[in-house]
Design a protein around this ligand. Sequence first.
Ligand SMILES: Nc1ncnc2c1ncn2[C@@H]1O[C@H](COP(=O)(O)OP(=O)(O)O)[C@@H](O)[C@H]1O
Ligand SMILES: [Mg+2]
Length: 257
Amino acid sequence: MLKVVKLGGAVITFKESYKNLRKDVLSRLLKEIAQYYLETGTCIVLVHGGGSFGHAVVSECLKRVGYIDPSCYAATADAMDQLSGFVRGIAIELGLPAVSIAPRSVCTISSGSTVCNLDVFRKLISRGLVPITYGDVVYSDKGFEVLSGDTLAWLLTRELEAGELIFVTDVDGVYDRDPKLDSSARLIREALARDVLGYLTESLFQADVTGGMRGKLLEGLRLGVRGVKVKVVGGFIEGNLYKALVSDSFRGSIIWY
Ligand SMILES: Nc1ncnc2c1ncn2[C@@H]1O[C@H](COP(=O)(O)OP(=O)(O)O)[C@@H](O)[C@H]1O
Ligand SMILES: [Mg+2]
């Protein structure tokens, strides 16, 4: 069974500080993935967000120019390649046969829907590689658009028929209210996707144009994902991602699609 793991930009970078990597957190999360991969040989696709690399660059030029012009596209793509280079470098050091695949080379957006040719993912996975991909800028019929790491994670899950999708994020799961705004928010341990959406509001981080927890979970329903177990996992707790990979006993939420 294939597992798709999405590392949130908020967990692997300091979102409010320009191009600032949380190297210790990223290394620990990759170590947990590598341990799982080396122990079980399970096929894994790794997706990561933009955090203070992609999101910061693209929101700056959106503010300045109003749309993604060629320089903005180039700068955003460059920022994401830098971030993905860090992720890949550490992953390879830890023994994962990791390879980056740039969404801009395989996906386009047309009339608001994303079309990807995922053959290269299928082929590399079948030969034991661990593809690393990410939120990116892609060609669209309206110019250039952002394809979020979340959307990509869902598309990979649907098209490659993954059994599990794991979102690693900066909060300990899905709560009945935004836990950053309300300390009495309660963690939802397990629920059906359509039942939790009512609780969710937008991300606090303004530069994140892709919708925070609500956008993340809504996207799976919008894309018609069915029959998938989705885990939303707190990424700052040591060993938690490993636990979520091997079992259902972890700090976080299980959301059924
Ligand atoms: N009900 C909720 N439960 C959990 N998180 C929520 C909720 N409502 C809003 N959020 C926000 O969504 C954020 C996670 O989404 P986001 O910032 O996009 O993270 P990522 O970088 O993992 O994509 C949390 O940090 C939190 O502030
Ligand atoms: Mg996000």
